[in-house]
Design a protein around this ligand. Structure first.
Ligand code: HEM
Length: 218
């Protein structure tokens, strides 16, 4: 018996491809902070104050990679213990990633070219929402509220994966316009990536709810 269905494997592959650049970029930065070679572009904020970035990346990488498996129905059905154990790691990692992200948003000396007022507010709101959705998702599953658990975790994951959609949009931007987005245009691009992810999350939540009402989902 194959563990994952073809559809699940496609979704996992898409999520891994989407996460590739921020996850690999983050791993390279972790190695650099740990004393390895400087391969990633210079980031003076991280050189001056590496600890929050280190926590951020140590939380964000497992959140994106291990988190993808949590959405696979086969894992929930055939390996519920694994889903529970992995879920605890993903929830903890997500909270660490979001809180350290909030800290950097607030305290790193980010110039207006990198983070204007719009991006500041959006990051503060969505970083906080990510923590609250994870906490609500964990509380929901303890109370056996399955659809609330699924909805909260899907929303938290969509916010976390904003980093991946932002990277993809940034790469498309550079390919088309031959320059990096800065200032307000960058804020708008970063915000749009989150809008796309959250819209997709709402669509998935509705679709799953409709399927469970019609009895097609266990
Ligand atoms: C959970 C998924 C996330 C991933 C995979 C991720 C990934 C990354 C990566 C790769 C970096 C760049 C570090 C470097 O320059 O080497 C970064 C920086 C940063 N992230 Fe995240 N991030 C995530 C979530 C968030 C969230 C939710 C927020 C907002 C609250 C956030 C705010 C920041 C900030 C402010 C920086 C520093 C930017 C700078 O100094 O230029 N991140 N993140």
């Amino acid at each position: 018996m194959k563990f994952f269905s073809k559809r699940e494997l496609i979704i996992l592959t898409l999520l891994f491809v989407l996460s590739f650049v921020p996850v690999v970029g983050g791993a390279i930065r972790i190695l650099e902070i740990a004393g390895g070679p400087s391969v990633a572009p210079d980031n003076p904020r991280i050189s001056n104050d590496p600890f929050p970035a280190l926590l951020h990346l140590l939380g964000a990488i497992p959140f994106c990679i291990l988190g993808a498996f949590q959405f696979m129905p086969s894992l929930r059905r055939y390996a519920p213990k694994w889903h529970r154990l992995n879920g605890r790691i993903v929830a903890f990692s997500g909270i660490v990633a979001a809180i350290s992200g909030l800290w950097m948003t607030n305290y790193y000396a980010l110039s207006i070219e990198i983070q204007g007022d719009l991006l500041y507010v959006v990051r503060m709101v969505l970083g906080t929402a990510m923590v609250l959705f994870i906490v609500r998702g964990v509380a929901a599953i303890r109370g056996r509220k399955i659809s609330q658990h699924h909805a909260s975790m899907t929303r938290a994951y969509a916010i976390g994966q904003g980093a991946a959609t932002q990277t993809l949009m940034g790469l498309i931007w550079i390919a088309l316009l031959r320059e990096e987005p800065t200032g307000l245009m960058r804020d708008i691009m970063m915000t749009s990536a989150w809008v796309i992810n959250l819209t997709l999350a709402e669509w998935i939540i509705r679709k799953t709810n409709n399927l469970s009402v019609s009895g097609s989902v266990s």
